[in-house]
Design a protein around this ligand. Sequence first.
Ligand SMILES: [Zn+2]
Ligand SMILES: [Zn+2]
Length: 280
Amino acid sequence: MSRALTHYTGRHITFATMHGKEQLARGAFRRILGATVAAAPGLDTDQFGTFAGDIPRILTPRDAARAKARLGMQIAETTCGLASEGSFDARFGPLVEQREIVLFIDDDLGLDLIEGTLTTSPLPGGCTITTPGGAREFAEALGFPAQGVILHGAQDGHTIVHKNFTQLDELQATAEALLAGESAVIVLPDYRAHRSPSRADTIRALCNQMAKRLATECPNCHTPGFGRVDVEPGLPCSDCGAATQAIAADLHGCGACSHRTRIPRTHLRAEPAWCDYCNP
Ligand SMILES: [Zn+2]
Ligand SMILES: [Zn+2]
């Protein structure tokens, strides 16, 4: 084996998940770090809130991810843990904004690190259906059954969530029964990682970024996990030279000491579209 030894070579890391997310981290953590990743057995992450809305989310995504990771580490009795947390926001019309974070904790070194992304989700938001066929069409357009769908019905003023469909007929029959009960029925994508290939891809990419980060040492104190902690706006406008909101540099930091480095982005000038003077 010619793999370079890293701080995490041979270490066991617990992924707090009940939806198979450990499989999304396993490859990169083995290849880049030589570490093994396993799920915490018997962990119930739904207690921290669900996408379907049957259990509300109270904590911020970062706090929820941290609470999950800690619980997983406690169950599996490891000192290193991973967790991920996603949120989908359909407030902006047809575009659904997807925020995703992967959090890593190392209690031996006192590290609490985040890799995150904000993108437009390839999945649509939910929609109200008036016929059982509406649920079927929605599901087929998303690539069901690989991409799952959820039905929301109302009963005595409460939202009842129906999930884990694997057959179109079963989905349609449930939609039919809900519609017969005169309830407003909403169909929406299932965002859970094991029922959403596009979300699984996003988490896998973040796990890959996290593994690379853990292979990177702080130039000052040599603690692993050196990486991006912030960005710096202010890239000058290509027309007038004024500072814009476009990102000028990435700021990399250490999870253990206060060392930071500034890495300028490759663009030297921003498009005038980002400029408050040229494009107010
Ligand atoms: Zn300008
Ligand atoms: Zn350091």
